[in-house]
Design a protein around this ligand. Structure first.
Ligand code: TMP
Length: 210
């Protein structure tokens, strides 16, 4: 059975940990799972990711940023996601089109209808069957992501360096998107302990496996 599940949330919301935990739970049920992420997920997309997240690239125009995320998505869709779904796999993707709506739309201020049109073009019209949103206060998320960067010895990326206000708008954007499509979104309290949260996530996903 093919199923396309996306994971969304602000920086530090723990979605990348949750993707790994859910993948393991589904594999334990003998299901075929592909995990991937955006931007990234294939060689060309990884190069675009480097351009997008490089902190030295501070002068990037919002429109250039938007098209780079979409370019990565178009390639990722063609090279990874659609083939995996075609083979009947469950695809778990760390961020997808809702991230563009939240970051470039709500936070940067680009017209959401225009973004939706471009997203449809980049994805060949194939959207997620289910979107898991890990919700957390922006202050808490940024604190977590800075702490993670420090212990990994890496510097904050270009998007992590945006203001607290920017990240608050991203969070509000995500909550707005979730409220507009309650049948596709499930919203989780990202402040729960990872294992406990993973069990709640699995319970929410199981009905989609029928
Ligand atoms: P992450 O994968 O480590 O979370 O980093 C990706 C960053 O890119 C994160 O700050 C969110 C941002 N982003 C957008 O602004 N627009 C998008 O469409 C996507 C997929 C990510």
């Amino acid at each position: 059975m093919s199923l396309f599940i996306t994971f969304e949330g602000i920086e530090g919301s723990g979605k990348s940990t949750q993707i790994q935990l859910l993948a393991q739970r589904l594999r334990d049920r003998n299901l075929l799972v592909t995990t991937t992420r955006e931007p990234g997920g294939c060689p060309l997309c990884d190069r675009i990711r480097d351009l997008l997240l490089n902190p030295d690239q501070q002068s990037m125009a919002p429109s250039a940023e938007l098209f780079l995320y979409l370019a990565s998505r178009a390639q990722h869709m063609a090279e990874v996601i659609l083939p995996a779904l075609g083979q009947g796999r469950i695809v778990l993707c760390d961020r997808f089109s809702d991230a563009t709506a939240a970051y470039q739309g709500f936070a940067r201020g680009i017209d959401p209808d225009f973004i939706e049109t471009l997203n449809r073009f980049a994805t060949s019209g194939r959207g997620p069957d289910l979107t898991l949103l890990f919700d957390l206060a922006a202050e808490d998320g940024l604190r977590r992501s800075r702490c993670r960067d420090r212990s990994a010895g890496v510097q904050a990326d270009r998007l992590e360096r945006e203001s607290l206000d920017f990240h608050r708008r991203v969070r509000e954007g995500y909550l707005h998107l979730a409220a507009a499509e309650p049948q596709r979104f499930r919203v989780f309290d990202a402040s729960l302990a990872p294992e406990k949260l993973s069990a709640v996530v699995e319970t929410a996903v199981l009905p989609f496996l029928q």
